[in-house]
Design a protein around this ligand. Sequence first.
Ligand code: GUN
Ligand code: ZN
Length: 463
Amino acid sequence: MGTEPGVVHRAHLFHIGGAPTIESACEHLVSVPDGALAVDAGGRIVYSGPIADLPEGQREWAQLDHRGGFILPGFVDTHIHFPQTYATDAYGGGQLLEWLENCIFPAEARYRDPAFARRAAIDFCRRRIAAGTTAAMVFGSAFPDAQDALFTETERVGLRMVSGRGIQTVGSAAAADLVTDIDTAIARSAAEIDRWHGRELVDVAVVPRFSLSVTPDTFVALGELYDAVRDRGVYFHSHLNENARPGTGEVDATKAAYGTDSYLDTYDGRFLPGSARGGASLLGRRSILAHAVHCTDAELARMAQTGTSIAHCPTSQLFLGSGTMPWRRTVAAGVTVALGTDIGAGDEWLIPQVASDCFGVHMSEPGDAGVSLHPAELLFTATLAGARALDREADFGNLDVGKDADFVVIDPQGWEPLAATLEFGIRADDTETATAQTLFALLMGIREPAIAQVWVRGRRVVA
Ligand code: GUN
Ligand code: ZN
Protein backbone atom coordinates (compact mmCIF):
# COMPACT_ATOMS: atom_id res chain seq x y z
CA MET A 1 0.00 0.00 0.00
CA GLY A 2 1.30 3.45 -0.88
CA THR A 3 2.03 5.28 2.35
CA GLU A 4 3.89 8.20 0.82
CA PRO A 5 1.80 11.34 1.38
CA GLY A 6 0.20 13.15 -1.52
CA VAL A 7 -1.12 16.70 -1.88
CA VAL A 8 -4.57 18.22 -1.53
CA HIS A 9 -5.51 21.10 -3.83
CA ARG A 10 -8.32 23.34 -2.61
CA ALA A 11 -10.49 25.37 -5.01
CA HIS A 12 -13.88 25.39 -6.72
CA LEU A 13 -13.88 22.21 -8.85
CA PHE A 14 -15.62 22.08 -12.21
CA HIS A 15 -15.61 19.01 -14.47
CA ILE A 16 -17.76 16.59 -16.42
CA GLY A 17 -17.81 13.45 -14.31
CA GLY A 18 -18.24 9.90 -15.55
CA ALA A 19 -18.24 9.04 -19.23
CA PRO A 20 -21.24 10.74 -20.81
CA THR A 21 -21.82 11.60 -24.44
CA ILE A 22 -22.38 15.23 -25.37
CA GLU A 23 -26.14 14.65 -25.11
CA SER A 24 -25.94 14.04 -21.37
CA ALA A 25 -23.00 16.32 -20.52
CA CYS A 26 -25.30 18.69 -18.59
CA GLU A 27 -26.42 15.97 -16.18
CA HIS A 28 -22.77 15.07 -15.56
CA LEU A 29 -21.60 18.57 -14.72
CA VAL A 30 -19.87 18.52 -11.34
CA SER A 31 -19.44 21.78 -9.45
CA VAL A 32 -17.92 21.74 -5.97
CA PRO A 33 -17.50 25.28 -4.62
CA ASP A 34 -15.46 24.35 -1.53
CA GLY A 35 -13.68 21.52 -3.27
CA ALA A 36 -10.66 19.36 -2.68
CA LEU A 37 -8.64 17.32 -5.13
CA ALA A 38 -6.36 14.82 -3.40
CA VAL A 39 -3.50 13.59 -5.56
CA ASP A 40 -1.31 10.70 -4.41
CA ALA A 41 2.46 10.55 -4.79
CA GLY A 42 2.05 8.70 -8.08
CA GLY A 43 0.04 11.57 -9.60
CA ARG A 44 -3.36 9.86 -9.34
CA ILE A 45 -6.57 11.48 -8.12
CA VAL A 46 -7.63 9.66 -4.96
CA TYR A 47 -10.32 12.05 -3.79
CA SER A 48 -12.41 14.65 -5.61
CA GLY A 49 -15.22 16.39 -3.79
CA PRO A 50 -16.14 18.70 -0.90
CA ILE A 51 -13.32 19.47 1.51
CA ALA A 52 -15.69 18.58 4.34
CA ASP A 53 -15.73 14.95 3.19
CA LEU A 54 -11.99 14.56 2.63
CA PRO A 55 -11.09 11.08 3.95
CA GLU A 56 -9.27 10.82 7.23
CA GLY A 57 -5.93 9.65 5.84
CA GLN A 58 -5.69 12.57 3.42
CA ARG A 59 -6.39 15.30 5.97
CA GLU A 60 -2.77 15.08 7.05
CA TRP A 61 -1.47 15.73 3.54
CA ALA A 62 -0.05 19.11 2.58
CA GLN A 63 -2.69 21.46 1.23
CA LEU A 64 -2.22 23.86 -1.67
CA ASP A 65 -4.80 26.56 -1.19
CA HIS A 66 -6.14 27.93 -4.48
CA ARG A 67 -9.39 29.20 -2.94
CA GLY A 68 -10.93 32.08 -4.83
CA GLY A 69 -9.87 30.13 -7.90
CA PHE A 70 -11.08 27.15 -9.87
CA ILE A 71 -9.70 23.75 -10.81
CA LEU A 72 -10.70 22.41 -14.24
CA PRO A 73 -9.40 19.38 -16.14
CA GLY A 74 -6.51 20.29 -18.42
CA PHE A 75 -7.64 21.45 -21.85
CA VAL A 76 -7.19 19.07 -24.78
CA ASP A 77 -6.28 20.44 -28.20
CA THR A 78 -6.94 17.79 -30.84
CA HIS A 79 -5.46 19.70 -33.78
CA ILE A 80 -2.53 22.12 -33.67
CA HIS A 81 0.37 22.59 -36.11
CA PHE A 82 3.86 22.75 -34.58
CA PRO A 83 5.50 24.14 -37.76
CA GLN A 84 2.96 26.97 -37.79
CA THR A 85 4.00 28.28 -34.36
CA TYR A 86 4.92 31.63 -35.93
CA ALA A 87 2.44 31.50 -38.82
CA THR A 88 -0.73 32.83 -37.19
CA ASP A 89 -2.36 36.00 -38.47
CA ALA A 90 -0.72 35.71 -41.90
CA TYR A 91 -2.27 38.35 -44.13
CA GLY A 92 -2.85 37.95 -47.85
CA GLY A 93 -3.31 34.21 -48.10
CA GLY A 94 -6.92 33.85 -49.18
CA GLN A 95 -8.73 30.57 -48.55
CA LEU A 96 -7.15 27.21 -47.78
CA LEU A 97 -5.24 26.19 -50.89
CA GLU A 98 -3.89 29.68 -51.66
CA TRP A 99 -3.05 30.27 -48.00
CA LEU A 100 -1.06 27.03 -47.91
CA GLU A 101 0.92 28.03 -51.00
CA ASN A 102 1.45 31.67 -50.09
CA CYS A 103 1.92 31.58 -46.33
CA ILE A 104 2.26 28.11 -44.88
CA PHE A 105 4.62 26.08 -47.04
CA PRO A 106 7.29 28.82 -46.87
CA ALA A 107 6.79 29.14 -43.10
CA GLU A 108 7.11 25.39 -42.57
CA ALA A 109 10.23 25.16 -44.76
CA ARG A 110 12.12 27.23 -42.16
CA TYR A 111 12.06 24.22 -39.82
CA ARG A 112 14.73 22.65 -42.02
CA ASP A 113 17.15 24.61 -39.82
CA PRO A 114 17.50 22.56 -36.58
CA ALA A 115 18.37 25.61 -34.47
CA PHE A 116 15.25 27.42 -35.66
CA ALA A 117 13.15 24.31 -35.00
CA ARG A 118 14.56 23.98 -31.46
CA ARG A 119 13.63 27.54 -30.68
CA ALA A 120 10.14 26.94 -32.12
CA ALA A 121 9.75 23.80 -29.99
CA ILE A 122 10.52 25.80 -26.85
CA ASP A 123 8.06 28.55 -27.78
CA PHE A 124 5.43 26.01 -28.82
CA CYS A 125 5.57 24.24 -25.45
CA ARG A 126 5.69 27.52 -23.52
CA ARG A 127 2.53 28.70 -25.26
CA ARG A 128 0.78 25.40 -24.58
CA ILE A 129 1.62 25.68 -20.89
CA ALA A 130 0.41 29.29 -20.81
CA ALA A 131 -2.87 28.12 -22.36
CA GLY A 132 -3.30 25.15 -20.02
CA THR A 133 -3.35 22.62 -22.85
CA THR A 134 -2.20 19.51 -21.03
CA ALA A 135 -2.72 17.09 -23.95
CA ALA A 136 -2.63 17.64 -27.70
CA MET A 137 -2.61 15.98 -31.09
CA VAL A 138 0.16 17.90 -32.81
CA PHE A 139 0.52 18.02 -36.56
CA GLY A 140 4.27 17.78 -36.97
CA SER A 141 7.01 19.20 -39.12
CA ALA A 142 8.29 17.43 -42.22
CA PHE A 143 11.82 17.48 -40.79
CA PRO A 144 12.90 14.68 -38.43
CA ASP A 145 15.29 16.95 -36.49
CA ALA A 146 12.45 19.35 -35.84
CA GLN A 147 10.26 16.51 -34.60
CA ASP A 148 13.04 15.29 -32.32
CA ALA A 149 13.26 18.81 -30.88
CA LEU A 150 9.49 18.87 -30.31
CA PHE A 151 9.37 15.49 -28.57
CA THR A 152 12.44 16.31 -26.48
CA GLU A 153 11.08 19.64 -25.27
CA THR A 154 7.60 18.22 -24.64
CA GLU A 155 9.07 15.50 -22.41
CA ARG A 156 11.35 18.00 -20.69
CA VAL A 157 8.47 20.24 -19.62
CA GLY A 158 6.11 17.33 -18.92
CA LEU A 159 3.17 17.86 -21.30
CA ARG A 160 1.23 15.10 -23.02
CA MET A 161 1.42 14.93 -26.78
CA VAL A 162 0.75 12.76 -29.79
CA SER A 163 2.58 13.93 -32.91
CA GLY A 164 3.87 12.75 -36.25
CA ARG A 165 5.87 14.29 -39.06
CA GLY A 166 3.73 15.86 -41.78
CA ILE A 167 3.92 13.67 -44.88
CA GLN A 168 3.86 15.12 -48.38
CA THR A 169 4.84 13.16 -51.46
CA VAL A 170 3.52 15.64 -54.04
CA GLY A 171 3.32 19.39 -54.14
CA SER A 172 4.01 22.61 -55.99
CA ALA A 173 7.35 24.42 -56.05
CA ALA A 174 6.31 26.26 -52.86
CA ALA A 175 6.09 22.92 -51.05
CA ALA A 176 9.25 21.42 -52.57
CA ASP A 177 11.24 21.46 -49.31
CA LEU A 178 8.48 19.53 -47.55
CA VAL A 179 8.05 16.79 -50.16
CA THR A 180 9.86 13.44 -50.15
CA ASP A 181 9.46 10.27 -52.19
CA ILE A 182 7.20 7.58 -50.78
CA ASP A 183 9.97 5.31 -49.48
CA THR A 184 11.57 8.16 -47.56
CA ALA A 185 8.20 9.18 -46.12
CA ILE A 186 7.53 5.66 -44.86
CA ALA A 187 11.06 5.21 -43.51
CA ARG A 188 10.93 8.51 -41.62
CA SER A 189 7.52 7.80 -40.07
CA ALA A 190 8.63 4.29 -39.09
CA ALA A 191 11.78 5.68 -37.46
CA GLU A 192 9.74 8.28 -35.57
CA ILE A 193 7.42 5.56 -34.27
CA ASP A 194 10.34 3.43 -33.13
CA ARG A 195 11.99 6.33 -31.37
CA TRP A 196 9.09 8.12 -29.72
CA HIS A 197 5.94 6.00 -29.57
CA GLY A 198 4.68 4.51 -26.30
CA ARG A 199 6.63 6.65 -23.85
CA GLU A 200 5.21 7.96 -20.59
CA LEU A 201 3.73 11.16 -22.00
CA VAL A 202 4.27 11.08 -25.75
CA ASP A 203 3.05 8.93 -28.63
CA VAL A 204 3.31 9.02 -32.41
CA ALA A 205 0.81 9.43 -35.24
CA VAL A 206 1.02 8.74 -38.97
CA VAL A 207 0.19 12.13 -40.50
CA PRO A 208 -0.30 12.68 -44.22
CA ARG A 209 -0.93 16.43 -44.58
CA PHE A 210 -4.16 15.79 -46.52
CA SER A 211 -5.13 13.67 -49.50
CA LEU A 212 -3.98 16.32 -51.99
CA SER A 213 -0.43 16.24 -50.62
CA VAL A 214 -0.04 12.50 -51.23
CA THR A 215 -1.07 9.97 -53.90
CA PRO A 216 -2.94 6.64 -54.10
CA ASP A 217 0.44 4.87 -54.05
CA THR A 218 1.39 6.78 -50.92
CA PHE A 219 -1.86 5.69 -49.27
CA VAL A 220 -1.15 2.05 -50.14
CA ALA A 221 2.25 2.32 -48.46
CA LEU A 222 0.83 4.25 -45.48
CA GLY A 223 -1.86 1.59 -45.10
CA GLU A 224 0.78 -1.14 -44.95
CA LEU A 225 2.77 0.83 -42.39
CA TYR A 226 -0.30 1.57 -40.30
CA ASP A 227 -1.45 -2.05 -40.38
CA ALA A 228 1.91 -3.05 -38.97
CA VAL A 229 1.85 -0.53 -36.09
CA ARG A 230 -1.86 -0.10 -35.31
CA ASP A 231 -1.74 -2.73 -32.56
CA ARG A 232 0.97 -0.75 -30.80
CA GLY A 233 -1.53 2.11 -30.41
CA VAL A 234 -0.05 4.37 -33.08
CA TYR A 235 -2.43 7.17 -34.11
CA PHE A 236 -3.60 8.52 -37.46
CA HIS A 237 -4.20 12.21 -38.06
CA SER A 238 -5.06 14.40 -41.06
CA HIS A 239 -7.53 16.95 -42.47
CA LEU A 240 -10.97 16.23 -43.96
CA ASN A 241 -13.59 18.22 -45.89
CA GLU A 242 -12.36 21.65 -44.90
CA ASN A 243 -12.73 23.89 -47.94
CA ALA A 244 -15.63 23.40 -50.34
CA ARG A 245 -15.20 26.29 -52.74
CA PRO A 246 -16.97 24.97 -55.87
CA GLY A 247 -14.65 23.66 -58.57
CA THR A 248 -11.34 24.86 -57.20
CA GLY A 249 -11.58 24.11 -53.48
CA GLU A 250 -10.03 21.27 -51.50
CA VAL A 251 -13.06 18.96 -51.51
CA ASP A 252 -13.68 19.04 -55.27
CA ALA A 253 -9.94 18.85 -56.01
CA THR A 254 -9.63 15.77 -53.79
CA LYS A 255 -12.56 14.00 -55.36
CA ALA A 256 -11.18 14.75 -58.82
CA ALA A 257 -7.67 13.57 -57.91
CA TYR A 258 -8.91 10.27 -56.47
CA GLY A 259 -11.94 9.70 -58.72
CA THR A 260 -14.18 9.26 -55.70
CA ASP A 261 -17.40 10.82 -54.42
CA SER A 262 -16.26 10.63 -50.84
CA TYR A 263 -13.25 12.46 -49.43
CA LEU A 264 -13.32 10.13 -46.41
CA ASP A 265 -12.84 7.11 -48.68
CA THR A 266 -9.29 8.27 -49.41
CA TYR A 267 -8.42 7.58 -45.74
CA ASP A 268 -10.49 4.42 -45.67
CA GLY A 269 -8.51 2.38 -48.19
CA ARG A 270 -11.32 2.90 -50.66
CA PHE A 271 -9.88 5.06 -53.39
CA LEU A 272 -9.87 4.57 -57.13
CA PRO A 273 -13.27 2.83 -57.09
CA GLY A 274 -13.83 0.47 -59.97
CA SER A 275 -10.22 -0.61 -59.97
CA ALA A 276 -8.58 -3.23 -57.80
CA ARG A 277 -6.51 -0.59 -56.08
CA GLY A 278 -7.02 0.26 -52.51
CA GLY A 279 -5.27 -0.09 -49.22
CA ALA A 280 -5.78 -0.67 -45.54
CA SER A 281 -8.09 1.71 -43.74
CA LEU A 282 -6.52 4.44 -41.65
CA LEU A 283 -9.70 5.03 -39.64
CA GLY A 284 -10.32 3.85 -36.08
CA ARG A 285 -10.43 4.80 -32.40
CA ARG A 286 -6.99 6.39 -32.62
CA SER A 287 -7.79 8.44 -35.73
CA ILE A 288 -8.61 12.14 -35.58
CA LEU A 289 -9.64 14.14 -38.64
CA ALA A 290 -9.62 17.91 -38.47
CA HIS A 291 -12.48 20.13 -39.67
CA ALA A 292 -15.13 17.80 -41.21
CA VAL A 293 -17.09 20.90 -42.19
CA HIS A 294 -18.62 19.49 -45.37
CA CYS A 295 -19.24 15.81 -44.65
CA THR A 296 -22.03 13.74 -46.14
CA ASP A 297 -24.24 11.70 -43.82
CA ALA A 298 -22.49 8.56 -45.07
CA GLU A 299 -19.09 9.99 -44.13
CA LEU A 300 -20.29 10.90 -40.64
CA ALA A 301 -21.83 7.45 -40.20
CA ARG A 302 -18.58 5.79 -41.24
CA MET A 303 -16.58 7.90 -38.79
CA ALA A 304 -18.97 6.97 -36.00
CA GLN A 305 -18.82 3.30 -36.98
CA THR A 306 -15.03 3.21 -36.93
CA GLY A 307 -14.64 5.38 -33.81
CA THR A 308 -12.84 8.09 -35.79
CA SER A 309 -13.12 11.50 -34.10
CA ILE A 310 -13.42 15.06 -35.36
CA ALA A 311 -11.18 17.93 -34.31
CA HIS A 312 -13.58 20.85 -34.59
CA CYS A 313 -11.72 24.09 -35.33
CA PRO A 314 -14.18 27.02 -35.51
CA THR A 315 -11.54 29.72 -35.03
CA SER A 316 -9.66 28.44 -38.06
CA GLN A 317 -12.84 28.10 -40.09
CA LEU A 318 -13.67 31.75 -39.49
CA PHE A 319 -10.18 32.82 -40.60
CA LEU A 320 -10.06 30.74 -43.79
CA GLY A 321 -13.72 31.15 -44.71
CA SER A 322 -14.18 27.39 -44.56
CA GLY A 323 -17.79 27.46 -43.38
CA THR A 324 -19.38 26.01 -40.25
CA MET A 325 -19.40 22.37 -39.23
CA PRO A 326 -23.12 21.55 -38.79
CA TRP A 327 -23.21 20.93 -35.05
CA ARG A 328 -26.55 19.17 -34.63
CA ARG A 329 -26.13 16.90 -37.66
CA THR A 330 -22.55 15.96 -36.77
CA VAL A 331 -23.27 15.22 -33.13
CA ALA A 332 -26.46 13.33 -34.00
CA ALA A 333 -24.38 11.00 -36.17
CA GLY A 334 -22.62 9.82 -33.01
CA VAL A 335 -19.12 11.04 -33.88
CA THR A 336 -16.94 12.31 -31.03
CA VAL A 337 -16.40 16.03 -31.58
CA ALA A 338 -13.50 17.63 -29.71
CA LEU A 339 -11.85 21.04 -30.15
CA GLY A 340 -8.74 22.06 -32.06
CA THR A 341 -7.00 25.41 -32.18
CA ASP A 342 -5.57 24.66 -35.64
CA ILE A 343 -2.69 27.05 -35.00
CA GLY A 344 -1.83 28.77 -37.42
CA ALA A 345 -5.10 29.09 -39.41
CA GLY A 346 -6.53 29.57 -35.94
CA ASP A 347 -4.78 32.28 -33.96
CA GLU A 348 -5.96 31.32 -30.46
CA TRP A 349 -3.77 29.03 -28.36
CA LEU A 350 -6.40 28.91 -25.67
CA ILE A 351 -8.95 26.11 -26.08
CA PRO A 352 -11.59 28.07 -24.09
CA GLN A 353 -11.33 30.83 -26.71
CA VAL A 354 -11.94 28.19 -29.38
CA ALA A 355 -14.92 27.09 -27.28
CA SER A 356 -16.10 30.69 -27.35
CA ASP A 357 -15.97 30.68 -31.16
CA CYS A 358 -17.69 27.30 -31.08
CA PHE A 359 -20.52 28.85 -29.09
CA GLY A 360 -20.77 31.82 -31.45
CA VAL A 361 -20.71 29.99 -34.77
CA HIS A 362 -23.27 27.38 -33.73
CA MET A 363 -25.56 29.98 -32.22
CA SER A 364 -25.38 31.63 -35.66
CA GLU A 365 -26.22 28.57 -37.74
CA PRO A 366 -29.34 29.34 -39.77
CA GLY A 367 -32.85 28.31 -38.80
CA ASP A 368 -33.37 25.12 -36.84
CA ALA A 369 -29.67 24.24 -37.12
CA GLY A 370 -28.79 27.02 -34.66
CA VAL A 371 -28.03 25.89 -31.12
CA SER A 372 -27.15 27.63 -27.87
CA LEU A 373 -24.58 25.29 -26.37
CA HIS A 374 -24.76 24.78 -22.61
CA PRO A 375 -21.54 25.57 -20.71
CA ALA A 376 -21.38 21.90 -19.66
CA GLU A 377 -21.36 20.92 -23.34
CA LEU A 378 -18.56 23.39 -23.98
CA LEU A 379 -16.54 22.08 -21.04
CA PHE A 380 -17.13 18.51 -22.23
CA THR A 381 -15.96 19.36 -25.75
CA ALA A 382 -12.86 21.16 -24.41
CA THR A 383 -11.77 18.36 -22.05
CA LEU A 384 -13.38 14.92 -21.86
CA ALA A 385 -14.23 14.71 -25.56
CA GLY A 386 -10.57 15.47 -26.34
CA ALA A 387 -9.41 12.67 -24.07
CA ARG A 388 -11.91 10.36 -25.77
CA ALA A 389 -10.73 11.44 -29.23
CA LEU A 390 -7.20 10.53 -28.12
CA ASP A 391 -8.55 7.19 -26.85
CA ARG A 392 -7.20 8.08 -23.39
CA GLU A 393 -10.41 8.71 -21.50
CA ALA A 394 -9.44 6.09 -18.92
CA ASP A 395 -6.40 8.21 -17.98
CA PHE A 396 -7.46 11.86 -18.10
CA GLY A 397 -10.17 14.31 -19.24
CA ASN A 398 -11.97 14.88 -15.95
CA LEU A 399 -11.37 14.96 -12.18
CA ASP A 400 -12.75 11.51 -11.38
CA VAL A 401 -11.00 9.37 -8.78
CA GLY A 402 -8.56 6.95 -10.41
CA LYS A 403 -7.53 9.26 -13.24
CA ASP A 404 -4.20 10.98 -13.58
CA ALA A 405 -4.19 14.48 -12.08
CA ASP A 406 -4.13 16.59 -15.25
CA PHE A 407 -5.66 19.93 -14.36
CA VAL A 408 -5.39 23.70 -14.51
CA VAL A 409 -5.76 26.19 -11.69
CA ILE A 410 -7.60 29.31 -12.73
CA ASP A 411 -7.05 32.47 -10.73
CA PRO A 412 -9.58 35.06 -11.91
CA GLN A 413 -7.51 37.81 -10.28
CA GLY A 414 -4.94 37.24 -13.02
CA TRP A 415 -7.34 38.72 -15.57
CA GLU A 416 -9.34 41.58 -14.12
CA PRO A 417 -12.25 41.44 -16.62
CA LEU A 418 -12.84 37.80 -15.66
CA ALA A 419 -12.67 38.55 -11.95
CA ALA A 420 -15.13 41.42 -12.36
CA THR A 421 -17.57 39.37 -14.44
CA LEU A 422 -17.59 36.62 -11.85
CA GLU A 423 -18.03 39.14 -9.03
CA PHE A 424 -20.75 41.32 -10.54
CA GLY A 425 -22.17 39.42 -13.52
CA ILE A 426 -23.72 36.30 -12.00
CA ARG A 427 -27.39 37.13 -11.70
CA ALA A 428 -29.30 33.94 -10.87
CA ASP A 429 -30.70 33.18 -7.43
CA ASP A 430 -31.01 29.43 -7.87
CA THR A 431 -27.86 27.34 -7.59
CA GLU A 432 -28.22 25.43 -10.85
CA THR A 433 -28.54 28.55 -12.99
CA ALA A 434 -25.83 30.39 -11.06
CA THR A 435 -23.52 27.41 -11.58
CA ALA A 436 -24.14 27.43 -15.33
CA GLN A 437 -23.63 31.20 -15.47
CA THR A 438 -20.39 30.96 -13.51
CA LEU A 439 -18.99 28.20 -15.72
CA PHE A 440 -20.02 30.03 -18.89
CA ALA A 441 -18.43 33.30 -17.73
CA LEU A 442 -15.31 31.37 -16.73
CA LEU A 443 -14.91 29.56 -20.06
CA MET A 444 -15.68 32.63 -22.17
CA GLY A 445 -13.66 35.01 -20.03
CA ILE A 446 -10.43 33.10 -19.37
CA ARG A 447 -7.30 34.53 -20.90
CA GLU A 448 -3.76 33.24 -20.41
CA PRO A 449 -2.94 35.47 -17.42
CA ALA A 450 -5.72 33.78 -15.46
CA ILE A 451 -4.18 30.32 -15.90
CA ALA A 452 -2.11 30.23 -12.74
CA GLN A 453 -0.88 26.63 -12.68
CA VAL A 454 -0.80 23.60 -14.96
CA TRP A 455 -0.42 20.03 -13.66
CA VAL A 456 0.06 16.77 -15.55
CA ARG A 457 0.09 13.43 -13.70
CA GLY A 458 0.34 15.33 -10.45
CA ARG A 459 3.47 17.18 -11.53
CA ARG A 460 3.53 20.95 -11.95
CA VAL A 461 4.38 21.90 -15.54
CA VAL A 462 6.60 24.92 -15.98
CA ALA A 463 8.41 26.16 -19.07
N1 GUN B 1 -5.06 21.26 -45.01
C1 GUN B 1 -3.83 20.82 -45.40
N2 GUN B 1 -2.86 21.43 -44.70
C2 GUN B 1 -3.47 22.27 -43.86
C3 GUN B 1 -3.01 23.17 -42.86
O1 GUN B 1 -1.80 23.33 -42.63
N3 GUN B 1 -3.96 23.87 -42.17
C4 GUN B 1 -5.29 23.71 -42.41
N4 GUN B 1 -6.16 24.42 -41.70
N5 GUN B 1 -5.74 22.88 -43.34
C5 GUN B 1 -4.86 22.16 -44.04
ZN1 ZN C 1 -4.87 22.01 -39.66
